[in-house]
Design a protein. Structure first.
Length: 322
């Protein structure tokens, strides 16, 4: 039965990838080879440079867990329509190998991609934004904790912050149709089911990385559906994002930190409107919203999903670029 469920989950991921690939990349988006600063090898990226004579924002997009640089993102249309710069690095492919999955090598890929975009695009250095959707949120959060650039914002939808906790959450929920993610984590960390390499799990977990002081100038925007993480709602529970929100808030807003409590999280996951507001996102009710200077957490009524127009419109670029 487990083997069958793993096959079904794999087929689902392949189907989602194929559906995405039915969309075609705009002509202005080209595959480019970027030289690695780590070992001088090359990684491929998808890249679009603004045609503007004036500097424009740069959006760095993390592909999903099972994707690669060629996996098209619907977000690219919004970016090109505004004539911003866009780059999507390969991150050494799907998050199922030791060189991917939040590794130091994957983080170098992101830094090299940004450097390439700065060289070949007309980029406003104050407007570099990283985006990770669905399980691409894991690498986005890892980039938030590691990339040494003046990143203005990081947006992560259904981001994974703690791999070990996520591995155990999938098993605890008996969400066996998502078991392939656990298998990928085992491969990436050099683990076995009966012998988890916890040090390697921790190295790839944003929640357990050292928070750089320079991130005080980076806005972290987190989004999650309240039924995500349940057996049939999706693979990533909102707690993965909430833990990250609380970590950043407690570290940077020590005197006035307003954290999300366990009770608030539980109520939101159970469908209660903790924020007591009528605000929506993607026409879905917002159940919990907390924001401070450094981070923002939004839990909406829904599952493992993304509203690309909302994501794009919430990237905190200067209004002159809108």
């Amino acid at each position: 039965m487990r083997r069958l469920l793993t096959i079904l989950a794999t087929l689902l991921l392949v189907t989602q990838t194929l559906c995405a690939q039915r969309l075609s990349w705009p002509e202005s988006v080209k595959g480019e080879r970027v030289r690695s600063s780590l070992d001088k090898s090359g990684q491929m990226v998808m890249f679009h440079a603004t045609s503007s004579d004036e500097p424009r924002p740069l959006i760095v997009v993390m592909h999903g867990w099972g994707g690669a640089y060629k996996t098209i993102t619907p977000l690219v249309k919004f970016i090109i329509d505004k004539d911003w710069n866009f780059i999507q690095p390969n991150l050494h492919g799907p998050s199922s190998s030791p060189l991917s999955c939040g590794s130091a090598t994957a983080m170098t890929d992101i830094a090299d991609a940004i450097e390439f975009a700065l060289t070949h695009g007309n980029v406003d250095m104050g407007e570099i934004h990283i985006v990770g959707v669905l399980n691409g949120g894991h690498n986005a959060l890892a980039a938030y904790m590691t990339i040494d650039y003046p990143i203005k914002s990081v947006s992560a939808w259904a981001g994974v912050s703690d791999l070990e906790a996520w591995y155990r959450q999938i098993h605890k929920a008996k969400a066996y149709k998502y078991i392939s993610f656990c298998d990928d984590m085992l491969t990436a960390t050099g683990s076995r089911e009966d012998d988890l390499n916890l040090k390697e799990f921790a190295r790839r977990s944003p929640l357990k990385m050292k928070l750089p002081k320079c991130r005080k100038r980076t806005k972290l925007l987190l989004y999650s559906g309240n039924s995500d993480g349940k057996r049939n709602g999706g693979p990533v529970p909102p707690s993965q994002s909430v833990d990250m929100f609380n970590l950043v808030t407690a570290a940077f807003d020590k005197k006035n930190a307003v954290l999300i409590s366990e009770d608030e999280l539980t109520e939101a996951v159970n469908g209660m409107n903790v924020s007591l507001s009528d605000e929506t996102i993607g026409e879905r009710e917002i159940l919990l919203h907390k924001e401070n200077k450094y981070a923002e957490m939004t839990i909406f009524r829904g599952g493992h999903e993304i509203f690309y127009d909302e994501l794009f419109n919430r990237i905190p670029v200067n209004e002159k670029y809108r």
